[in-house]
Design a protein around this ligand. Sequence first.
Ligand SMILES: [Zn+2]
Length: 479
Amino acid sequence: MTELQEATVVSQAVDGSAEAVYAFARQMENLPLWASGLAKGIAQRDGDWFADSPMGQVKVTMAPVNPFGVLDHEVTLPDGTRVHNAFRVTPCGDGSLLTFIVLRSAGTSQQSFDSDVAHVRRDLMSLKQVIEQPKFSARSKTQDISAFALPAPDIAPWRAGNTGVEGVWRFDAGTPGRHVMITALVHGNELCGAWALKGLLEAGVRPRRGTLTLALCNLAAFDRFDAANHDASRFVDEDLNRQWSPERLAQPVTLERRRAAEIEPFVREADWLLDLHSMHERGLPLTLSGLRPENIELAVRMKAAEHIVVDAGHKDGIRMRDHGRFGNADGMAAGARSLLVECGFHGDLSSRDVAQDQCLRFLLASDIVDEADLLGGAHGALPAWRLPDAAEPWILDVTAGVVARDESVEFVRPFKGLEVIPQAGTVIGMNGGEAIVTPYDDCVLVMPSLRQARAGVTVVRFAHRRRSVGATSPIAGIG
Ligand SMILES: [Zn+2]
């Protein structure tokens, strides 16, 4: 017999009856939700259960059904070694108590034992949190977003542009003023911005000072738009909004890189850029300001949206709104500003209303038009574009993003976004066998979405929130 050096009982109280906890915890299919070593999933074969673990494929055998809450299970490692895990749930008042015995055998280092204990403690905490969530089995993936109400705009009359570059229009006042650019359809299924630009073109809006450029960006992707499968028209070859580094712009190997290179001279010349987008999920509009305080100040001054997300962009490529002078302090000092607005769910009519209102606010703030030009009635529909000002804005400093390890990533309940999770360490989901926990108190969840979840895709961002523009020091970018 192996000599026992030390034993520890890890315990965890749970707000749930022992019967309910037992029934949940002994379901092999539920193990990946809380047992981090088995997080990659578990499957039955010839009556036995097998899971992929960090040590390779392991066999898991659960104690037979019993009335005592005994959840002992045996894990057989690839080399045949069998590890017995002594685990049970005991009734305790209205709730229950989980207990797990961790043994330290001869030859096991203190460090390795401590790590085992911490591992078990974390798993039991995950089980508790999964049990205590009222709808622990609900998945955002099944959320009904089938209603795609916003029709695709007919942009045929505005497709040619007047610059020699398809979809790009430029109007020059012939007097000094800012060069303002508004872009839409950077993602082919994000229709709201196309509606707004079509509206500006139909209304004949022209700058009084400076220059106005309007660009319908990924026309090839938009041409494939199908409301029944709208994600498929986000792009053709790759995401147009990740191609804005000099290296990628110089390599015309995909449709999107070639398109980015066509549009780039206009972006480079713009002083102010407003890039209109929409979201995979229903949610309040968000202004993405980037890290520069000058952009945050502009977003606050526009009085919409109510939530301003301060983020560093994507690791997998530079966005248009961070290209060139928009991405550095010198550009900002010289007057460059860029905002990206997520106007709401792709298919909601309200996303069009938000995009139109954003155009008004941006044009007025830029001072290339006079208020009477847009709202005085001369431009038909435009006065109706004005929405009420948003409430005093929250500025959300994104500190980290959660990147899916595989497509099994899930949340403990559906999140709409902008939820404020009061306590640090709250489990909000599972990712490749690890609990997704909030890193600090009053953590805001930004753009949670499992709809495109697969390895490498960001499924939620964490943010601190504040009311004042002030100084900012976000720790990390969006993944
Ligand atoms: Zn987008």
